[in-house]
Design a protein around this ligand. Structure first.
Ligand SMILES: NC(=O)c1ccc[n+]([C@@H]2O[C@H](COP(=O)([O-])OP(=O)(O)OC[C@H]3O[C@@H](n4cnc5c(N)ncnc54)[C@H](O)[C@@H]3O)[C@@H](O)[C@H]2O)c1
Length: 249
């Protein structure tokens, strides 16, 4: 019996990075996945180990109509929903004095408001599941702050608060809600930052007690655990996967 056999999942930000690794792992563990991204998802289909278990929708999740369209697609393509993974997000690095209202709103809209809307609109479907799961991708910046990270950290602290409230409100329907807190993971987001600030590469490698950057494949198994029956009594919490980078000195 596979860990996610016959489970139906939505994963946002699925075209690359952590989202793509989660799609691959979920499918390998037996789930059927609706992959969502603003970018084309053709490469995901082309390389899928079980193409029959993969569906996709190319859509900007910040659009007002996106949640309704995504839940409709889940009903049509998956026949319901057991697991919602909110992963799509953008990084931002800007000192507070250089952060415009527009830049602030852009980060908060994608990283927090779209997560809120998708969670809210998924609840009716998740209530019909006997093992509903919400997994939001936060960050170590859901707990900590840092220079240049005001908008990003505010959005990820928001994800933590939102998820804890979802866990409180939805427990009576046997729905769990948790957030994952990755540390520094090598993906397009961070490769771009490293190109801009090359010293970042050694900074985060040295900061992690495990002495390396994380890979998307380090995060996917955490999501599989939370989504599966193994995580049935874990709710309302953040799971840190950062190679012990944020330990107190
Ligand atoms: N990489 C890290 O070090 C790190 C650390 C902590 C948390 N995270 C979080 O993990 C998540 C995934 O990050 P990643 O590193 O894999 O980034 P990534 O840039 O590789 O992937 C993000 C995906 O989200 C998609 N996306 C962006 N805007 C969208 C929109 N409006 N609608 C639909 N899809 C959209 C992108 O097209 C992309 O495929 C993010 O929430 C990020 O904040 C990443």
């Amino acid at each position: 019996m596979q860990l996610l056999q016959d489970r139906r999942a939505i994963i946002t930000g699925a075209a690359q990075g952590i989202g793509r690794a989660m799609v691959d792992s979920f499918v390998e563990h037996g789930a059927t996945v609706l992959a969502i991204d603003i970018k084309p998802l053709d490469a995901l289909h082309k390389n899928a180990s079980h193409p029959e278990k993969l569906h996709s929708l190319q859509i900007d999740i910040t659009q007002a109509t996106a949640p309704e369209r995504i839940m409709h697609a889940a009903n049509e393509m998956l026949g319901g929903l057991d697991i919602l993974v909110n992963n799509a997000g953008i990084a931002s690095f800007m000192p507070i004095t250089e952060t415009s209202d527009v830049a602030w709103s852009e980060v908060l809209e994608l990283n927090l408001s779209s997560v809120f809307r998708l969670c809210r609109d998924a609840v009716p479907l998740l209530k019909s599941s006997d093992s509903g799961r919400i997994i939001n991708i936060g960050s170590v910046m859901s707990t900590f702050g840092g220079t240049g990270l005001a908008a990003y950290a505010a959005s990820k602290h928001g994800v933590a608060g939102l998820t804890k409230c979802l866990a409180s409100e939805l427990g009576e329907f046997s729905i769990t809600a948790n957030f994952i807190q990755p540390g520094a993971i090598l993906t397009d987001i961070t490769r771009g930052s490293i190109r801009q600030y090359p010293e970042m590469e050694t900074f985060w490698r040295n900061k992690a007690a495990l002495g390396r950057w994380g890979e998307p494949a380090d995060i996917a198994p955490v999501a599989v655990f939370l989504a599966s029956d193994l995580g049935a009594f874990v709710s309302g919490t953040g799971v840190v996967a950062d190679g012990a980078a944020m330990q107190a000195p």
